[in-house]
Design a protein around this ligand. Structure first.
Ligand code: GLN
Length: 551
């Protein structure tokens, strides 16, 4: 009698670990995201996981100058800016399971131990920590039903705090050697005095990896220039990697060029070969079109971003506003303009008010992004007043909306001490105040992951500019704030010209305000920048850039 064969339902899942060599901050996230985009372009289901080795449970409490932007996932986790890159390149929404820090791993393990989850067994660094890491990586893969999951380990190989993540990778590889690849993204320096690209630091990075029991399958060489043949050979021999698996990742004009550069070299051809995956043709027409649009955009459009998280020592950073910057670029390219971002520190306006008009006059649009605390606040309010009075297109994001409300209350309603209670808890006109549910949390010093976070619905007022731009009546947007517009003042502010045009469905929370009699003055309590994608700019950014183009 023939036996009935049971159908195998188990889906094969592959994993690619991306580890850094030599130094961090060289674009490992973009390399990871680009590999993901190319695999997706072959019709594979792809997701990406970011591992941050620090002990903070999440980056929500970190200073942006130190850490860069805090990105917020749809389901409300405060996370690393790389998650933003993955979302933009993969054109997928990621979830909290796609991110982990050492802090969050330890928290889970210790809580589990306290509730007898280990059933009286000794909890060990190894294997219990790597097992928790592996279980999260697999959950992320399941959650996205991914054929390929790319896992980026933050920092560089050889760092103490990375060891257990490398151990997790080693254990996964041992379990399923054919399903796990390891890529090293290293930096190749060209010391000015020598003028030659040096491979030795990368060789040491591979040695460090080897001592963790790992051998890279491919090496991506970030550098000022493309790596040449002799150095490829050198890396191949000394790092035990085939020369065909050493790829160049030189500096490019735009990060969106990276998928095309990787494709030219066959990075993902090698990956699918090694993982023994199906090899449909890569569909990269949309990446090509995007890059053509970027190169064709010649006429500049000047957008001033007024913030304060810029400086560390002698250096100016824009990482704290990464998604905002991307949002501006996506919209500018869509209207064939070359984005020129002018970073302005609001504290400078406070110190030298005379410079304000000179700086702002030359701009086509002014954007004030999110922020916290007192520093630089008055300078931002001065800039908003200038934008409103001189009819310069203005887009305010979160704090940028709250401060626009303060500005109108002070200068059009004459409430001189109007403020947000974040700055002045004793103001007689608290036009922005702490949200109800936040009071208890603040009393308990519960600061971690406790803001209003993630996606919420927003109803748009019929006939408003926002509704026109979105072309919808209800939208979902991501939030990150503790304070809100105080509804007590809504009526008076509307009389002064500041209209609420986006509301939470229960009518309680003002989510968008617009100032009438102005070419473009829109400010949101949420963060539209998180949803902007290179091929699909955010409607509010697009509206803002179009208005700026008309100035
Ligand atoms: N500090 C403000 C709040 O907590 C704004 C936050 C933000 O801009 N993300 O509500």
């Amino acid at each position: 009698m023939p036996t009935r064969r049971t159908k195998k339902t188990h889906q094969r899942r592959c994993y690619i670990f991306i580890v850094g060599g030599v130094m961090s901050g060289v674009g490992k996230g973009v390399a990871t995201a680009s590999i993901g985009a190319l695999l997706k372009a072959r019709g594979l289901r792809v997701t990406a996981v970011k591992i941050d080795p620090y002990l903070n449970v999440d980056p929500g409490t970190l200073n942006p100058v130190e850490h860069g932007e805090v990105f917020v996932t749809k389901d409300g986790l405060e996370t690393d800016q790389d998650i933003g890159n993955y979302e933009r390149f993969l054109d997928e929404d990621l979830a909290r399971i796609n991110c982990m820090t050492s802090g969050s791993i330890f928290q889970t393990i210790i809580n589990r131990e306290r509730s007898m989850g280990y059933h009286g067994k000794t909890v060990e660094w190894v294997p219990d920590i790597p097992l928790e890491i592996i279980s999260r990586i697999k959950s992320a893969a399941e959650n996205a039903n991914a054929d390929v999951t790319i896992i980026e380990i933050g920092g560089t190989v050889g760092e103490y705090q990375n060891l257990l993540f490398l151990e997790a990778c080693r254990m996964m590889r041992l379990e399923a050697p054919g399903d796990v690849l390891v890529g090293l993204v290293s930096y190749l320096l060209v010391p000015g005095s020598i003028g030659e690209m040096k491979t030795k630091p990368t060789q040491y990075a591979v040695r460090s990896m080897n001592s963790a029991g790992l051998q890279p399958d491919l090496i991506i060489c970030r550098a000022q220039f493309p790596i040449d043949e002799p150095r490829k050979q050198k890396l191949s021999v000394s790092c035990n990697v085939h020369a065909n698996d050493v790829f160049a990742a030189p500096n490019v004009n735009s990060i969106y060029e990276v998928p095309l550069r990787f494709r030219e070299q066959g990075v993902t051809d090698r990956i699918v070969e090694k993982l023994n995956l199906k090899k449909p043709r890569q569909e990269v027409a949309m990446w090509r079109e995007l890059n053509e649009r970027i190169t064709a955009a010649k006429k500049p459009i000047k957008i001033g971003v007024i913030g304060k998280y810029f400086s560390t020592g002698d250096f100016t950073l824009s990482d704290a506003y990464l998604s905002v910057l991307e949002g501006i670029k996506h919209a500018a390219w869509a209207i064939k303009r070359k984005p020129e971002i002018v970073w302005l520190n609001s504290e400078d306006f406070e110190k030298h008010p005379a410079t304000l008009a000179k700086e702002l006059k030359q701009l086509d649009g002014i954007l004030i992004p999110g922020g916290f605390g007192t520093r630089g606040i008055e300078g931002k309010i001065m800039a908003i007043q200038y934008a409103r009075e001189h009819k310069i297109p203005y887009l305010g994001l979160c704090y940028g909306m709250q401060l626009a409300t303060v500005e109108v209350a002070r200068h059009l309603l004459g409430w001189k001490d109007a403020n947000t209670t974040e700055i002045d808890p004793k103001t007689t006109h608290p036009v922005i105040h702490l949200m109800n549910e936040q009071e208890e949390k603040m009393k308990d010093k519960n600061y971690g992951g406790s803001m209003r976070l993630g996606e919420y619905p927003c109803e748009l007022k019929k006939g408003s500019l926002a509704q026109k731009l979105y072309g919808a009546d209800l939208v979902m947007e991501r939030h990150r704030h503790r304070y809100e517009a105080n509804p007590v003042y809504r009526c008076e502010l509307e009389t002064a010209g500041l209209h609420v045009t986006g509301l939470s469905p229960d009518g309680a929370l003002a989510e968008i305000v617009e100032f009438k009699d102005h070419p473009f003055f829109v400010a949101t309590q949420f963060h539209p920048e998180y949803l902007s994608r290179p091929m699909r700019p955010h409607p509010l950014f697009l509206g803002f850039l179009k208005a700026a183009a008309k100035k």
